[in-house]
Design a protein around this ligand. Sequence first.
Ligand code: UT7
Length: 324
Amino acid sequence: MYASLISIGAYVPNEIRTNQWFADRMDTTDEWITKRTGISTRRISKKDELASDMGAEASRLAISRANMTIDDIDMIICATISPDYYCMPSTACVIADKLGRKNIMAMDISAACTGFVYALSVARAFIESGTKQNVLIVGSEKATQLMDYDDRTICPLFGDGAGAAVISATDDKTDAIVDINCSSDGGLQELLLTPGIGSGEKQYMQMKGNETFKVAVRTLTNDVKMILAKNNLTTKDIDHFVPHQANYRILKAVGENLGFDDSQKVITVHKYGNTSSASIPMAINDIYESGRLKQGDTLLLDAFGGGLTWGSAVLNFAGKTIDK
Ligand code: UT7
């Protein structure tokens, strides 16, 4: 039995926040943010719109594009750093409730911006072991709520949104997820963190940006080299390189290190900013909805985030090409 990604969906909040919004409120400029990050706009969820609401919207789309109903799903995994509740109940349980599903295994994954790739890896293991048939994986973030709007070094970087995918069992090897590699180094926890309850600090995200930048470029590059070599692949075998969307300069450096050309790179950071665990599924959804992602195309996912965590995946898109 193999696991394959058979559908993708995303939810993007309507409100667009420009760089000028930040320039009007703090010591920064549109030019600085654009030049150093590549971000022009990010989306902001409504006040009462939680990670579970956005995750449920993305999930509805992914489930309908898989030609399924929620009753066909037998497990829900949600990756998030901005859950509805502190530790419990999990956002996955709330999503299950919002989708009208009871009696289902549902849990969250804490792997920051690498969360979607970690969720993919867990879904694959459950399917390949024969334990589950159709797993819904979600990355959903109300990341702007974790921002300290007195800290110009971090608050312009993040945005809100959600992405979801259905991972299903198949006996067709051509549809299978080829490989996934997930890893971490807790020794680098201080580069990127949100203080916990009991720390005496507010629950605002903190990042040592410049150090994180360097580790991100190195790790994302090495991660891709490793997974390609392990599977006897080269960059030419990849149709779409989908890196975590944190900073355009990181994507440019990693893309150049690896020799991907522009037609292979998927870039959404300019319009959505960094949406943490939602960034990769939102980016896949973007190329799906534009008609660029076709059935059978090979995707290379490459993520990096707090933990530090990182992960890469090679898979063939087993969903139907969208009718344009
Ligand atoms: O998603 C998880 C992984 N995240 C990442 O991988 C993000 C990695 N890091 C980055 O994307 C970049 O490091 C940042 C965008 C966060 C920062 O860019 P940088 O080029 O590394 O800048 P820096 O931190 O070295 O700061 C350079 C200067 C500093 O001023 P001084 O000390 O040189 O006077 C900062 O205070 O830029 C200043 N600065 C700003 N200036 C205007 C920092 N933020 C701002 C700002 N506007 N918003």
